[in-house]
Design a protein. Structure first.
Length: 119
């Protein structure tokens, strides 16, 4: 799985699905959330594999006190509503044609979501 830790994911998807443009200016400097948690005096938990999500969240929720949970996610999985409009699908296609990084992976993820809408 291609994980991008320091990126404004929702902004990326708005550019791609709502405007039909490839992403630009969405990369951030890496940030160590676990060091931040430690400095703030709270427990820190990281989820790197979706199969770890339930057990990691359980540990974080059982921790006596505040906790920070960092979840690494696939940047090509669309954080979009469960239903994509025709315009959003068209815009994703346009962004891919204009050179969106990982465009084929994004198009595939959006297509899977579109198919789920039909079934």
């Amino acid at each position: 799985m291609n994980l991008r830790h320091a990126v404004l994911g929702m902004i990326t998807w708005k550019m791609v699905s709502m405007e039909g443009n490839p992403e630009f200016g969405v990369d951030l400097q890496p940030f160590d959330f676990m060091k931040f948690a430690e400095a703030a005096g709270v427990a820190g938990f990281t989820i790197e594999d979706p199969r770890e999500a339930a057990s990691t969240l359980e540990r974080a929720l059982q921790h006596p006190g505040p906790a920070i949970v960092e979840a690494m996610v696939d940047p090509n999985e669309p954080p979009l509503p469960p239903k994509l409009s025709r315009d959003e699908l068209r815009n994703i296609s346009e962004a891919v044609a204009k050179g969106q990084p990982d465009g084929l992976k994004i198009a595939l993820a959006a297509s899977k979501q579109a198919v789920r809408q039909v079934i």
